[in-house]
Design a protein around this ligand. Sequence first.
Ligand SMILES: Cc1ncc(COP(=O)(O)O)c(C=O)c1O
Length: 453
Amino acid sequence: MSGAHPDPARVAELKAREDAAFVAARPRSQELWAAGQGVMPNGVPMSWLRTSYDHPPLFIESAEGSRLRDVDGHEYADFNIADMSMFTGYGPAPVVEAVSRQVARGSQYLLPTEDSIWVAGELGRRYGLPLWQFTLAATSANTEVIRIARSLTGREKVLFFDGKYHGHFDDVLVELEGDHLVPEEAGLPHDVTERTLVVPFNDLASLWQALASREVAVVITEPALTNNVGLLMPDAGFHDSLRELTRNAGTLLAYDETHTQVVGPGGLARMWGLAPDFVTVGKSIAAGIPLGAYGMTEEVAAVLQRPGGRDDTKPQVAVGGTLFGNPVSMAAARAAMSEVLTDGAYAHSQRLGTRLADGLSGVVTEAGLPWTTHRFWPRSGVSFSPAPPRNAVEATTVLDVPLRRLMRVYLANRGVWDAIIGAGPTCSVAATDEDVDAYVAAFGELVGELGVG
Ligand SMILES: Cc1ncc(COP(=O)(O)O)c(C=O)c1O
């Protein structure tokens, strides 16, 4: 152990042992992966799934409640919950019933159903914005928000905070390298960096400098960054200043609550009394049935309103898709919000998040480790640093990728699934005390084996 980080040689030794055990216990997943290689790049339906995990992919047989079951018969208490998209737990009865009924009646009409009115109204009640539109995923909700903002402001640029993730679309797939922007991945246009600005989270001076050019159409941010760098909380007063600075610059403000919606009905926007022009949501809002949505103020929505219908001469904003807002997604969202994502269910997952934080913090304190446990309602987790990071650079410095990778496979071998740092560990509304205790026990065992407990 040196400072906050365990001996790398010990981490590597444990990783090799755990990887071997992981592979040996999962022959059927191996067989399926081999079969997949002939028909899909990397042997998986989305090639990047291979690079998300540094162990061979796990093939899944089924899931129920908080539990995931692989094709080799191993069961996992799931704290990744499909990168937060299954916060409702797997197969909640009201959603199964509503979706089955809707599929039997027709999965798609390209015409609205009554459920869409209920869902838009309920999102409005939760997030405090009156008018809503629907897509199939949060990525496309954010894409449409940008197009609406460009159309309204006549400006092209979009501003994000370093460490962000808002989906897989061009404007957002750029990152800071030193003080300049570069494309995050291959396949993007050569000028992809030209319409995007990225500034450090919690850095109001840089934010103001970037907005002062009055070229920025919209700032999109999560209220607390939950993604590529774990969890970054805003400084006190950050959101008030963000609102004031964007207003002064004539820039719109969008909160992406795709992950943070798990903290309670209405997400952090409601909890912290935020006043955005847009809110975007997705993932668990329809219990994992594809649905993205964005809410907006009446002023913003005016750009979409076409009183003259088809013959209205106003230019049409580039929004929409054939399957967006389809009846199955709407039926799922209605059932999820009315019967699964209830106030009581959020309270349950928050209690478990606290239980998890208490357990992790107990292990860390007993081992005398200079690590921080965060408490984020249903979500908890450990930063390998004495204080929580405030921005992406600080978070990356303390990340300790080899230790994170070891943790993942170590927990998986003990029936706990915690796959992506940006999503957890998060307790779904279906999680139990036993799930949380299993997580804490496995984490404690790991700390003990690292030779620091
Ligand atoms: C904050 C946030 N926004 C948007 C997205 C994109 O969601 P999807 O991949 O469902 O489009 C994600 C995905 O992780 C996210 O975390």
